[in-house]
Design a protein around this ligand. Structure first.
Ligand SMILES: O=C(O)c1cccc(C(=O)CC[C@H]2O[C@@H](n3cnc4c(=O)[nH]cnc43)[C@H](O)[C@@H]2O)c1
Ligand SMILES: [Zn+2]
Length: 390
């Protein structure tokens, strides 16, 4: 994605970045690794200030971001204060430590403790509207938000009130922020076939399914949760016109990605991180243009990948796979979508046009209608051309 005539990480533009405030450091147009990146809210990846500013204004689409997982520290603290019985800290500062995970299972435990805070339709609407606000602040024009309705209905929230709450927030976000939201309903796989049945019922019963629903997924732990058992449920969802986007290859091997492709008829793969271990799988993903929903910092935070520099994203690009950049559960991982684009810029040595291509990959891989895709891609092109203009 780097422009051919550019050196590594160089910026091609007529507006030179601001003078280097630290003359003893490398010139501002070279990526520096001047401090380790932590998945725990560590400093913005060492992307140049100039590229960082470009990213902040770049129109974007996000395809892999979770509803509850996107609850900001402010929202989580506010909800925790409403429910003193919860073990979730009410202090946003304490929440940073609370959102530090020893492994994936620990992440799920913490995630579910936040799910337990969402107890009323008003909580659902507040959360959804605030998530949309946070997305809009990052120039996200379109997002497919993964929601796990089973986790809310089994905790007593009425299903129709739940759907009304998310739809009300979606319409408010579109009119007030200009951010288009669509829903992915996912099965929490560890909860088994009861959860699968409830999720596909809510996704396909016209009396309940929300207007904004476009896709059907599978989340939660992968270890001990084989994908083929969910085939009948994905068949019903696909027959109802939904797109299949299961998580796979996040904490298990390439065989899980193959299962998601062959049994669940995945159109995109959530994470797909372990695909790099199977050259045949890499070639298949590239040949059939099956996008990966890559979430770099998430993979570090859940210990799926040891360090960002070891993340296989570069192998995916080299294999010709369509890569999209996503934040997954941004506040829980101490990140946001802009930071993930900055990570991608560093790992893939991208300039502005490379970043614009990543943003357009996500638009192309989305389930937004064609006029909507064209509109956002045109905006990306105009923004990039204006940024690079002499
Ligand atoms: O809601 C329940 O009662 C329940 C019972 C057993 C297991 C579960 C889950 O596993 C819920 C997992 C929950 O996590 C979401 N999520 C967020 N980020 C990720 C990720 O990176 N990888 C996998 N899952 C993720 C997922 O959407 C589920 O809602 C729930
Ligand atoms: Zn996820």
């Amino acid at each position: 994605m780097r422009r051919r005539h550019q050196g590594r990480g160089e910026l091609r533009n007529k507006h030179p970045p601001p003078p280097n405030p630290h003359p003893h450091n490398p010139p501002p147009n070279m990526f520096r690794i001047d401090q380790p990146i932590t998945a725990r809210g560590g400093p913005m990846p060492p992307t140049t200030d100039h590229l960082h500013a470009f990213i902040a204004g770049l129109p974007k689409a996000e395809l892999h971001v979770h509803h509850v997982g996107s609850a900001s520290p402010r929202i989580v603290s506010e909800l925790a204060a409403r429910h003193p019985d919860s073990k979730v800290p009410t202090d946003p500062e304490a929440l940073v430590d609370y959102f530090t995970f020893t492994d994936f299972a620990h992440f799920i435990d913490v995630y579910l403790s936040v799910v337990d805070l969402i107890r009323t339709p008003e909580d659902v609407r507040l959360l959804t509207y605030e998530v949309a606000r946070d997305l809009a602040r990052q120039q996200v024009r379109y997002a497919e938000l993964t929601i796990t309705p089973f986790s809310s209905t089994r905790r007593g929230i009425d299903e129709r009130a739940f759907m009304e709450a998310i739809e009300d927030a979606r319409k408010a976000a579109e009119s007030e922020f200009g951010t288009v939201l669509r829903w992915c309903f996912d099965i929490p796989g560890e909860a088994g076939l009861e959860a699968a049945e409830e999720t596909v019922r809510l996704a396909t019963d016209d009396r309940v399914r929300p207007e904004g629903l476009v896709s059907f997924g599978l989340g939660g732990p992968e270890i001990g949760v084989p994908r083929p058992q969910f085939t009948p449920y994905f068949d019903r969802a696909i027959a109802a016109g939904l797109h299949s986007v299961p998580h796979a290859g996040e904490t298990t091997g390439p065989e899980t990605v193959w299962d998601a492709l062959t049994h669940l008829r995945a159109e995109r793969i959530g994470h797909g991180t372990s695909s790099f271990r199977d050259p045949e799988l890499l070639a298949h993903l590239a040949e059939h243009r099956i996008p990966l929903e890559v979430c770099p910092t998430s993979n570090i935070a859940t210990r799926a990948v040891r360090t960002l520099d070891e993340h296989p994203i570069k192998e995916f690009v080299k294999a010709g796979i369509v890569v999209t950049i996503n934040s997954d559960d941004p506040p829980m991982f101490g990140t946001d979508l802009n930071s993930e684009y900055a990570v991608a810029a560093r790992l893939l040595e991208l300039d502005e046009e490379g970043l614009a291509r990543l943003a357009k990959n996500a638009v192309d891989a989305s389930f937004l209608d064609e006029p909507g895709k064209t509109r956002i891609k045109d905006e990306i092109d105009t923004y990039t051309a204006t940024w690079l203009a002499p």
